[in-house]
Design a protein around this ligand. Structure first.
Ligand code: PMP
Length: 382
């Protein structure tokens, strides 16, 4: 079956894998060992990877902190501000109702601890309003956290406008760029932000590694404290032995993305046209969730009217691997909170599927399998 679920995890690039295997074989050593060549060698590999991540984002190497992934990066970025918040009596946070759980659950926990939170809802187009967010800023506002691209709908959020406005203030701005890193490369290079999260496996790197980017303003990093105690790795922001091969895989994936993203984006956009055509020609009644004009090139979230998404996915497993939203929520068969926030009616949510793809997929094969899937859908209309 063709894999159309890269927003939950993308396949690792063969070149990244080869590179990592060499490092697993020969690159062992602790990057913080200072007494022998094994340590020196591992450290060189890690620092090379740090430079590659920094180059993709157009930031300095010293602004990259390796973590286990975007969940951890998000937790450190947000919880890591507690000490500063307390000291400076700034307890107000602004975020959106469509963030990933790694943001929402973290911030809800802090709300219980006394932080005041504004959760901003999106419009029916799937996008939050920059004006609304900026309008909520007050003197106690510590942090604004907004994702760049929503993982369920692919809708690009107005982080550029928000970042620009906030850069004139002392409010910290965090961007969850998990779904845009390596894709919306120029947008990220030009973005104003203080903190940014990404995960390697969403840009064809390995699972279990990511980065938190902390931008220096006037030569000082945001006042973040690590959320675990341990060694001084990553300046204490993320203690623990650095997984050299994983970090190298992230670096290599960033290096490849920086060179290939334009071609990749183009191929993904081509496939979107093909998939949209299949929908159009199927004769099925369908509706795209969110404004297609604001959607990233590799995602479609579509309501197939009168068809149960769950039944469709199960019936067409052998053709296409798709999902009905975030893999992080599929244990609880609850309707998507993202689509709910967009005021999509419940019956439409239950008929919504998310299709997401990468640049190296065989588009003819996808077209064929997607057509078969839509044929099955016709039989499921009630
Ligand atoms: N943020 C967003 C927007 C995501 O899509 C994901 C992964 N679904 C995460 C954070 C969490 O990434 P990870 O599971 O790699 O920690």
């Amino acid at each position: 079956s063709v894999y159309l679920d890269v927003n939950s995890s993308a396949p690792i690039d063969e070149r990244v894998l080869e590179f990592m295997i060499e490092i697993y074989k020969d690159g062992y050593g602790n990057a913080d060992s200072r007494t022998h060549n094994y340590g020196d060698n591992a450290r060189k590999i890690v620092e090379n990877a740090r430079r590659q991540v920094a180059e993709l984002l157009n930031v300095e190497s010293g602004e990259i902190f390796f973590t286990s992934g975007a969940t951890e990066s998000n937790n450190i970025a947000i919880q890591g501000m507690k000490a500063y918040a307390k000291k400076n009596k700034r307890n107000h946070i602004i975020t959106t109702t469509i963030e990933h759980k790694a943001i929402l659950e973290t911030i809800k926990e802090m709300e219980k601890e006394g932080f005041e939170v504004d959760f901003v809802a999106p419009g029916e187009d799937g996008s939050v309003s920059a004006e609304e967010i900026i309008g909520l800023v007050r003197k106690e506002t510590l942090l604004v956290s907004v994702m760049h691209v929503n993982n369920e709908t692919g809708i690009i959020q107005p982080v550029k406008e928000i970042g620009k406005e906030l850069s004139e203030t002392d409010v910290f701005f965090h961007v969850d760029a998990t779904q845009s890193a390596g894709k919306l490369v120029e947008e990220l290079q030009e973005l104003d932000y203080d903190m940014l999260s990404l995960s390697a496996h969403k840009l064809n790197g390995p699972q279990g590694v990511g980065a938190l980017v902390l931008r220096k303003q006037n030569y000082t990093l945001p006042p973040i404290k690590g959320i675990m105690y341990g060694g001084q790795q990553e300046h204490g922001i993320r203690p623990g032995t650095i997984p050299v091969a994983l970090v190298a895989g992230l670096g290599e994936a960033c290096k490849i993305a920086a060179v290939e993203y334009i071609g990749n984006n183009g191929r993904c956009a081509e496939l979107k046209k093909i998939l949209m055509n299949c929908l159009e020609e199927s004769g099925l009644e369908y509706k795209i969730n969110g404004d297609p004009e604001k959607c990233i090139h590799n995602t479609i979230n579509v309501v197939i009217s009168g068809v149960s998404a769950e039944a469709l996915m199960l019936a067409t497993k052998e053709y296409c691997s798709i999902s009905n939203g975030s893999a992080c929520n599929t244990k609880s068969y609850e309707p998507s909170y993202v689509l709910k926030a967009m005021k999509v009616p419940i019956d439409e949510i239950e008929s919504s599927i998310r299709i997401s793809w990468g640049p190296n997929i065989d588009s003819r094969k996808v077209e064929k399998q997607f057509k078969k899937t839509l044929e099955v859908a016709k039989g499921l209309v009630f």
